[in-house]
Design a binder for this molecule. Structure first.
Ligand code: PMP
Ligand code: GLN
Length: 380
């Protein structure tokens, strides 16, 4: 049979969730909340379905949702985007990432990714017939060495992919990073694909450095986000892409044949939800910061060493005091023998740093789930 993605097996998220289920482990692996979505959202979804909003939505997304996204973008990042020409609703950020790469990158062109990176980036690049170029982040604090990115640019570089807040590390770009990024891309025709799905899960008063705050960058960028992360509904698979009209037009050529449109009733529900005051997304940082702080405090009673978490809902832990196993084996052992599922970092890399002993734990969980995990982790 054809084998277009020879390096790809089943994603680590599926593998670890399956293993967690088989061994009744507390699942802190795959990133998803175990608490309900806001009741208002459920009510709006039910209402949309009852009112008959069940047929194809417009290809680009219902106008009310695109306008709500544009209004949120202006409110959060001070950028006026054209809801008709620049906003496209997609079936999750994943679809948006695939569309952007398939629409904008040609076979033989290069796409720079910063390792570790989310696992769908490279397969999308491969399917486009393009060449992934991996530049490592700092192995300790996951910051970008912009000179290394500069050195990776060639005449064939078509796209650079960035992700802030970062999965798996939680690292966030600073204003200095944005200045370096603008400097790097100035005078090139490189497109920036900015994955900002954790844009509202930010801690300690930090500011999310959206590409949309920087006109010079926004003019060459596709920015993707996901309502799954913001509204606790990863299974609904609704996200969006914001890009200048010419890039959006190309993006939509793929979207219209890939899915045509995304789940219509949910679009109506989000359109109602986003404009609600006080905004749910404004409170998300504080909501998750309380979880983060409590979980980190509890981890001090274990032999796992928590790394800093500036944003996102993942806690990296250094397990070198517990085990010298490579991370994939450690996470299997932790799940099967100790009853807590975690995600190894190596699947996020082309070449994992030698000797790295880190695992990712998701703290988007109710207190009783985290307590149950900690009780088990305290015994390893
Ligand atoms: N990018 C990153 C960094 C993610 O963590 C995720 C979700 N795991 C996605 C993209 C995909 O988002 P969605 O579920 O909306 O497709
Ligand atoms: N983004 C989620 C994570 O990083 C997983 C999404 C998925 O399972 N495809 O855990």
């Amino acid at each position: 049979v054809p084998n277009k993605l020879p390096k790809v097996g089943t994603t680590i998220f599926t593998v670890m969730s399956q293993l967690a289920l088989e061994h009744q482990a507390v699942n802190l692996g795959q990133g998803f909340p175990d608490f309900p979505v806001p009741q208002r959202l459920v009510d709006e979804l039910a209402r949309a379905m009852a009112e008959g909003k069940n047929q194809y939505a417009p290809m680009t997304g219902i106008p009310a949702l695109r306008q709500a996204i544009a209004a949120k973008t202006a409110r959060c990042y001070g950028r006026a985007v054209d809801a008709d020409a620049e906003v496209t609703v997609t079936s999750g950020a994943s679809e948006a990432i695939f569309n952007a790469i398939l629409a904008l990158v040609s076979p033989g062109e290069e796409v720079i990714v910063l390792d570790p990176c989310y696992d769908c980036y490279e397969p999308a690049i491969d399917l486009a017939g393009a060449i992934p170029v991996h530049v490592p982040l700092d192995p300790v604090d996951f910051s970008v060495d912009w000179q290394r990115v500069r050195d990776a640019i060639t005449p064939r570089t078509r796209m650079l992919m960035v992700n802030t807040p970062h999965n798996p590390s939680g690292a966030m770009f600073t204003a200095d990073d944005m200045a370096a990024l603008a400097d790097l891309l100035r005078g090139t025709d490189i497109i920036l694909l900015s994955d900002e799905v954790y844009e509202h899960i930010i801690f300690d008063g930090r500011r999310h450095e959206s590409v949309l705050r920087y006109p010079e960058l926004a003019e060459r960028s596709v920015v993707v986000s996901s309502f799954g992360k913001t509204y606790h509904c990863t299974g609904w698979k609704i996200g969006y892409a914001i890009a200048p009209p010419k890039l959006s037009a190309e993006f939509r050529k793929v979207h219209q044949y890939n899915t045509f449109c995304s789940f219509a009733p949910a679009q109506w529900a989000f359109a109602a939800m986003i404009v609600q005051e006080p905004a749910h997304y404004d409170e998300l940082g504080a909501f998750y910061q309380a979880k983060r702080d409590r979980f980190r405090e509890q981890l001090l009673g274990t032999r796992l060493k928590p790394l800093p978490v500036p944003g996102g809902y993942f806690q990296l832990v250094d397990y070198s005091a517990v085990s010298d196993l490579p991370d994939a084996e450690f996470c299997r052992w932790l799940t099967i023998e100790k009853g807590v599922a975690a995600i190894p970092l190596s699947p996020f890399y082309e070449t994992p740093p030698a000797g790295q002993r880190l695992a990712r734990l998701c703290f988007a969980k109710v207190e009783s789930t985290l307590d149950a995990a900690i009780e088990r982790l305290a015994r390893i």
